[in-house]
Design a protein around this ligand. Structure first.
Ligand SMILES: Nc1nc2c(ncn2[C@@H]2O[C@H](COP(=O)(O)OP(=O)(O)O)[C@@H](O)[C@H]2O)c(=O)[nH]1
Ligand SMILES: [Mg+2]
Length: 325
């Protein structure tokens, strides 16, 4: 995969330019292209990504990429229905990429009673798409990561919803500006993972089902104590209820905004692109490719020497040139 100069006839470049011009109607075509693994489509995808790179935009893409992750049944989809509505009430456009583990061979049945994200299908400023999961539970397919980056050129908010608790957040942390872990009252897992350090401290911790009363209050208190003992002072805990009448939704949006305002977005995005390039290179060229680069550390060093505004395919191409040299 290489970064190819765009021509006026290139399908990928045209979609990329539309996203860069904040044409939201380009989203479905962008997703179809980025999720395709056909070699011809990969070339067009590289052209698309080039058009939405910081080099082409002249800045980092304006959208706020938010990872929403948590175990099945925690209330993610129900919460997102309320969040999407609240963001729209604030005049923001929203894209949601829901990573669907049931489309994998295993896992579908463990999810039980699941809500779908409900939204106004006639609202052109909302784009919601279920996408296939990557290799492991909570893992992101390369196409999902690329899609989030591309859509953040056009949409004000881009959410990636993933299922998992524990180490699975790290994938989404590689691409999101802000990571929210969603837990429901009475589930000890998140608390244990947090205490034991298996789970990285999220940027925002959301306790759902606040309408359940005492049990929700206790969950919040336990999580708060765990965060304190970890010295994680920057993580906000936000209790929400997503069933009508929803509560805490505006506080949650404020918490997301506050996190982003305090963030060095260019630095985080740069790291995300490097991590993505390294992952893509490893998938394509395996251990042998990594050895040709002189190991992982050398690969990371090479990436940090590249122009920081380069898109992921261009970074992969730089690694490939080096490996072939
Ligand atoms: N009482 C209550 N139930 C909720 C709330 N949010 C979600 N649920 C219920 O919890 C179950 C799982 O919700 P869902 O959104 O599908 O969870 P997900 O698997 O994390 O996406 C569903 O039966 C929801 O109706 C809430 O705020 N309060
Ligand atoms: Mg769900």
């Amino acid at each position: 995969m290489s970064s190819v100069p765009a021509t006026s006839t290139s399908r990928g470049a045209q979609i990329g330019v539309r996203l860069r011009d904040r044409d939201l109607s380009a989203a479905p075509a962008a997703l179809n292209l980025l999720e395709s693994r056909a070699p011809r489509d990969r070339e067009e995808a590289a052209r698309l990504l080039h058009e939405v790179s910081p080099a082409a935009i002249g800045a980092e893409a304006p959208g706020h990429v938010i990872g929403v992750t948590g175990p099945p049944g925690a209330g993610k989809s129900t919460l997102l229905s309320a969040l999407v509505q609240a963001w729209r009430d604030r005049g923001r456009s929203v894209a949601v990429l829901a990573v669907d583990p049931s489309s994998k061979r295993s896992g579908g049945s463990l999810l039980g009673d699941r809500a779908r994200i409900t939204y106004d299908p006639d609202d052109r400023q909302i784009f919601i798409r279920s996408t296939a999961a990557g290799e492991r539970l909570g893992g992101l397919a390369a196409g999902t990561r690329e899609a989030a980056l591309a859509l953040s050129a056009a949409f004000d908010v881009v959410v990636i919803e993933t299922v998992g608790v524990g180490q699975s957040e790290t994938d989404v942390a590689d691409v999101a500006d802000t990571v929210a872990v969603i837990v429901q009252p009475g589930s000890g897992d998140a608390l244990q993972f947090l205490k034991s350090g298996i789970m990285e401290t999220p940027d925002v911790l959301v306790v759902t089902k606040a309408d359940l009363g005492q049990i929700a209050i206790r969950a919040r208190r336990d999580l708060s104590a765990a965060l304190r003992s970890l010295g994680a002072r920057d993580t906000q805990i936000v209790p929400v209820s997503s069933v009508p009448p929803p509560t805490g939704i505006d506080d949650l949006i404020d918490a997301f905004d506050a996190h982003r305002d305090a963030l060095d977005v260019p630095a985080r995005r740069r790291e995300a692109r490097r991590a993505a390039a390294l992952a893509d290179f490893a998938v394509e060229h395996g251990e042998r490719g990594m050895r040709a680069l002189g190991g992982r550390r050398a690969a990371v060093r090479l990436l940090t020497e590249q122009d920081p505004s380069l898109d992921v395919p261009s970074l992969v191409a730089a690694l490939e040139r080096k490996a072939a040299a």
